[in-house]
Design a protein around this ligand. Structure first.
Ligand code: ADP
Ligand code: MG
Length: 298
């Protein structure tokens, strides 16, 4: 259940930012929302969290329409916008107490302490937000998004601008949080998705171009590329029964093929048998997620 988007379109003036987008995010999934700049990620997230109305279409969160149950849904969602909404003049602890009170949380001191603990803010809790490093600012932003214990977390590019160490720490934190929450986070970094998520949605020019488990996306969009060398010379005809995306002759006996046929190795063996030959080398390389992303968003 969790999040369902049905035919969501958003038009800003003449700019169509989302074009009939539909998807479903199930309870407990960590979904990477991947797309190049300007693809529509932030727009989608603002709509899901109820901060922006769609031009048309519907969003349901935990079975409720977000516009009929706006307040109730805001309680179930934690949102970290792209521009982390921090009060720079406040101290970390003071800021979190302020947010906790906004949500009407009963035991404020206790909850703030928990958030400081979960988000690893202990050593910085007495500092002013403006003096924090980018990584700690993101932690403070996450603490703010989590303080009311929402079941769903929407994080808009939570790792952008972090250095490699901070990046790794925030990724781990998201993964940890994802153990008992539904998480949707956007990024334009491919490796991040593989490191953190169990599901991937790729958006391009306002349209979802792929949505599935990471493994399935790899299998579907993809094609592996294979280099095969036979013990004899062969011509193109030998491959005519195969369904290939690409066939390239490297030498008389050596060929490069691209196919999504999972039984390709077996079929190449048969070709060798039919020609009284053997296979000398067979080298298979799976298309990397990065390449799939490039293909889908070109
Ligand atoms: P992303 O987060 O994937 O980078 P956005 O959702 O921010 O993409 O933007 C999607 C498209 O909508 C872009 O072309 C952007 O310029 C446009 N856009 C976003 N917000 C506005 C706005 N308030 N007014 C006009 N156009 C906007
Ligand atoms: Mg954005």
């Amino acid at each position: 259940m969790s999040i369902i988007a049905k035919n969501v379109t958003k038009i800003y003036g003449k700019q169509k930012a989302l074009d009939n987008v539909s998807f479903e995010i199930k309870k407990g999934e960590i979904v990477g929302f991947l797309g190049p700049n300007g693809a529509g990620k932030s727009t989608m997230m603002k709509i899901i969290t109820g901060y922006l109305p769609p031009t048309s279409g519907h969003i349901e969160v935990n079975g409720l329409d977000i516009y009929e149950h706006a307040l109730e849904i805001k309680k179930q969602i934690g949102y970290l916008p792209e521009q982390n909404p921090l009060y720079y003049e406040m101290y970390v602890k003071e800021f979190l107490e302020f947010v906790a009170k906004l949500y009407g949380i009963k035991n404020v001191t206790q909850r703030v302490k928990e958030m400081i603990d979960i988000c690893g803010l202990e050593i910085e809790q007495q500092k002013k937000i403006k003096t924090l490093s980018k990584g700690y600012k993101q932690r403070a932003g996450l603490a703010q998004a989590l303080i009311h214990n929402p079941s769903i977390l929407i994080l808009d590019e939570p790792t952008s601008g972090l250095d490699p160490n901070q990046l790794e720490e925030i990724r781990q934190l998201i993964k940890e949080l994802g153990k008992n929450k539904t998480v949707m986070f956007s990024t334009h970094i491919m490796q991040e998705v593989e490191a953190v998520c169990n599901k991937l949605m790729i958006i391009h020019r306002g349209k979802i171009v792929a949505s599935d488990s990471i493994q399935n996306i790899k299998n579907i969009s993809a094609s592996s590329s294979i280099i095969v060398e036979f013990s004899v010379s062969l011509n193109e005809k030998a491959f005519s029964k195969l369904s290939l995306q690409k066939l390239e002759k490297l030498s008389d006996s050596k060929w490069m093929i691209e196919t999504s046929d999972v039984e390709i190795s077996k079929k190449l063996m048969n070709i060798a048998l039919e020609n009284n030959a053997s296979i000398i080398t067979l080298h298979k390389s799976e298309l990397k997620l990065e390449e799939i992303f490039k293909t889908l968003t070109q």
